[in-house]
Design a protein around this ligand. Structure first.
Ligand code: PLP
Length: 417
């Protein structure tokens, strides 16, 4: 059941009316359900209860400290892609030894910091990175635990911007190169090969490409074992999609299929889910400012924009938009657009709604890659964030003030002539 339901004619998150949150905190505001986050995480956890596993939540999907804290409380590990994300995890009470570090461009400084924190594993994406890590580890007297990110060359059938497992993508290395990199790593005393990983993309609505990748990793693992290299974990990445529109596979079904294919292998299974944990746990609430009907198009101009929620503009993503308090009256087809000076600034197109100025709308499925991708474009402060649990709603991210926006900027004294 969704955490967002209409009760007595008004949309609630758990037991809190979104109207009440808008009244207290204003709009635009992101609202997250704690229960929904926890139950998605536990769906992974429970399904894998009888095999060694670690669910490393992908921090980039939603990196609010309170969200990370909720997940850390359930024993989550974390997948980070920057030193900043690692520091966030630690600030939120997460354990560094459950962190895997992904990304094609880790800097030496980031490697150093992650080594000092004692992370679980570096997911290495190239030979140059492998050698840089060996050097940094050796110079600082650490042994770096590593995994090589394999690009299994499978078509995940998702949007090209979020497809990462094809040969032409920048991520990982092909299977042959991976096998060679483990030999290179073996020659480096400061590297310890502990695992193997992949991540083929995001919003994947079919389990088959994950199985294809798993088979690719398993055959590599067997090849490496024949070379005398025995790995302890297999990290299948994130990427399971959610039902924004079409229906997505259930987490439990995906886990059942993975588990079956792994059979009696004693490998620890690591997963890096982001979207499937938080996307449906969040909504962005926004107020209709102006209605602008015309012959060609009807526009509803709202106070949220592409700087708050980029997915529709960036990927042409479809997210459901609901009236918080549906009204009687004639429905029209509306394009729901923000105030930003870009034609690409829309949250949804052709939505059939009965609207009046001042109405509240909720953009559903906004918990992942929502606030995390927000910017200050057009000098717009970033939205507030609220976490709901039962009948309580707590502010977990303050709305930025205008002053915040130019604090870091400097007018040099000699600039004026
Ligand atoms: C983005 C990313 C994830 C999370 O992907 P989702 O689709 O949000 O589950 C996991 N691993 C890596 C390496 C990523 O880049």
């Amino acid at each position: 059941m969704s955490a967002f339901q209409h009760q007595k004619g008004s949309l609630h998150c758990e037991d809190v009316p979104l109207e009440a949150i808008a009244k207290t905190h204003g709009t635009p505001t992101y609202v997250y359900s704690r229960e929904a986050i926890e139950s998605a995480f536990l769906a992974y956890q429970t399904a894998l209860a009888d095999r060694p596993h670690l669910i490393c939540y992908a921090v980039k999907a939603n990196s609010n400290l309170a969200v990370l804290n909720v997940l850390a409380g359930l024993g989550a590990g974390f997948d980070v892609v920057s030193a900043g994300e690692l520091e966030r995890v630690i600030a939120a009470g997460g354990a560094a030894d459950k962190v895997v570090f992904s990304g094609v461009g880790k800097t030496r400084q980031e490697m150093q910091s992650a080594l000092e924190h004692g992370i679980r594993c570096f997911n290495v994406e190239s030979e140059s990175e492998l050698l840089a890590l060996a050097e940094v580890a050796e110079q600082s007297g650490h042994i770096a635990p590593i995994s090589v990110r394999v690009n299994p060359d499978v078509d995940a059938g998702t949007h090209p911007y979020i497809s990462t497992g094809l040969r032409e993508n920048k991520f990982g290395v092909d299977a042959g190169t991976a096998r060679r990199l483990y030999q290179v790593a073996r020659e480096q005393p400061a590297l310890n090969a502990v695992g193997i990983d992949c991540h083929i993309g995001s919003q994947i609505l079919d389990i088959a490409p994950f199985l294809e990748s798993l088979d690719c990793l398993l055959s590599l693992i067997d090849g490496l074992a024949a070379d005398g290299i025995n790995l302890q974990h297999l990290d299948i990445g994130g990427g399971l999609g959610v039902s924004y529109e079409a229906s997505a596979p259930a987490i439990s079904d995906y886990m059942a299929v993975l588990s079956e294919r792994l059979g009696s292998r004693g490998l620890e299974l690591i997963l890096e889910p982001g979207r499937s944990i938080v996307a449906l746990a969040g909504a962005l609430i926004t107020t209709v400012q102006y209605l602008k009907p015309s012959e060609a198009k009807n526009f509803a101009i709202v106070d949220a924009a592409m700087n708050d929620l980029l997915r529709p503009s960036l990927y042409n993503a479809w997210q459901d938009i609901q009236a918080v308090t549906p009204r009687e009256g004639k429905s029209l087809d509306w394009d729901i657009v923000g105030p930003i000076c870009e034609t690409g600034d829309f949250l949804g197109k052709d939505r059939t709604l009965a609207l009046s100025e001042g109405d509240l709308l909720a953009v559903m499925g906004s918990g992942a890659y929502g606030f995390a991708m927000a910017s200050n474009y057009n000098t717009r402060p970033r939205a507030a964030e609220v976490l709901v649990s039962g009948d309580s709603a707590q502010l977990i991210g303050k709305r930025e003030s205008l002053n915040d926006l130019w604090q870091r900027e400097i007018i040099p004294e000699n600039l004026a002539r």
